[in-house]
Design a protein around this ligand. Structure first.
Ligand code: ADP
Ligand code: MG
Length: 387
């Protein structure tokens, strides 16, 4: 009963009262299984924050597991604090029925929702986001913490679209060479070694490398909008993960250069010992931007360069009016192959069916990208066209 005594010191109403005295709660920003996150305003300063309100009374049989896990989450949040890409915990109010965690507010919400509005990210934007994610994870690991639930829903974006890693609900502080065995995380992002723990008796367990795997899944998803191992049957998806079976064969990949593909291949390596380290991932050519060398001023070269720029600008201006040539055959048999049409089709699909995209597994998201035609529909389509 030591736990109860500890929390008896702070009666329910006082903790809630204290919170409501200091902050004014506003609209809901997100929900978890037993938590609600609301925007709130600090009355004294007028500054905005996000309050995660955890209902302890929703504990299954009131076994205190919510309380224990929230206390662990708070400890870890404090342990990893002080990094620009990690969410900052501002205040905590605890009682025996509610816990209020007050965080800095991320106005641009989840990376997941951002991805849903833009469908896919360019290589440049992916580089910008992934560098921050990897640097954040590197910091978390340097504090001996493994996150275990990295995914676009748990990566928030602040006013400047900078990353803030959040939700340390599954995170764990590791002692020395400690290895973990429990199955936790989100199916599509689970590493093969985590799954192996659940399937093989004497599996060696897993460690920090599971977060690096999740970064690979995130990077793949950002570039093409759908996750790498998806299959509508979850068992097949899990088998794909165990075997590291993914491909760059969908049409979206045709427009993507080699460095990001190479990095993804190195992040999604089944054997955690062979998987690239975060340090090496950050040194990968994908993250190396070409630095212009300082040269002496040369009037002739500058003039030639200016002409080239103007010609390029004129060409780009005209580009709008000269779309990719589209033959009747391609339009009939494989319109999705053309980038322009693909963007339009995906954009429309996301605008119409975006609300179907279920958070967590990314499965419905992948379903939106399934572009194989049903045979009978194809038949109707072709006969209509040939009329
Ligand atoms: P859970 O453990 O229940 O998943 P999270 O900490 O992930 O809880 O928060 C749930 C959701 O609330 C997030 O996915 C996000 O949409 C929203 N959210 C959480 N923290 C913030 C924040 N600081 N700023 C803005 N939105 C937030
Ligand atoms: Mg979450």
């Amino acid at each position: 009963m030591a736990k109860e005594e500890e929390y008896d010191k702070l009666p329910d109403k006082d903790a809630a009262k204290e919170f409501y005295a200091k902050y004014e709660p506003k609209e809901i920003l997100g929900r978890g299984i037993s938590s609600t996150v609301r925007r709130c305003i600090e009355k004294e300063t007028g500054k905005e924050f996000a309050a995660k309100i955890i209902d302890l009374s929703s504990d299954g049989v009131n076994d205190g597991s919510n309380l224990e896990s929230t206390k662990q989450e708070v400890d870890i949040l404090r342990h990893v604090a002080g990094h620009p890409y990690i969410i900052e915990l501002q205040d905590v109010f605890e009682s025996s029925t509610f816990i209020f965690l007050v965080f800095e507010l991320c106005k641009n919400g989840e990376l997941f929702d951002y991805l849903t509005t833009v469908v896919t990210l360019s290589e440049k934007k992916t580089r910008y986001i992934m560098r921050q994610v990897l640097e954040g994870v590197e910091h978390i690991h340097s504090r001996n913490v493994v996150h275990r639930d990295l995914k676009p829903e748990n990566i928030l974006l602040d006013d400047n679209l900078n990353v803030k890693i959040t939700d340390f609900g599954f995170a764990k502080l590791l002692n020395g060479e400690e290895r973990l065995h429990d199955l936790c995380g989100t199916p599509g992002y689970l590493a093969p070694e985590t799954l192996r723990c659940n399937m093989i008796e004497d599996a060696p367990g897993y460690s920090f490398e599971v977060d690096i795997w999740a970064c690979g899944v995130i990077m793949y998803t950002l570039l093409v909008g759908c996750p790498p191992f998806w299959h509508r049957k979850q068992m097949v998806m899990l088998r794909n993960i165990m075997e590291g079976k993914f491909s760059f064969s969908s049409p979206e990949w045709a427009d993507i250069s080699e460095p990001p593909k190479d990095l993804i291949r190195k992040l999604l390596v089944v054997d955690p010992k062979q998987r690239i380290s975060i340090k090496d991932a950050l040194k990968h050519p994908f993250f190396q931007t070409v630095k212009l060398q300082q040269r002496e001023f040369n009037a002739k070269r500058k003039f030639q360069w200016a002409i080239l720029v103007i010609r390029a600008m004129i060409r780009i201006q005209r580009l709008r009016y000269t779309p990719e040539p589209l033959s009747l055959d391609t339009a009939r048999s494989d319109p999705y192959r053309l980038k322009l049409i693909r963007k339009i089709v995906d954009g429309c699909a996301f605008r119409v069916y975006g609300h179907w995209v279920k958070k967590g597994e990314g499965q419905n998201r992948a379903a939106l990208f399934e572009n194989t035609q049903k045979t009978e529909l194809k038949h109707i389509y072709v006969t209509n066209l040939s009329r």
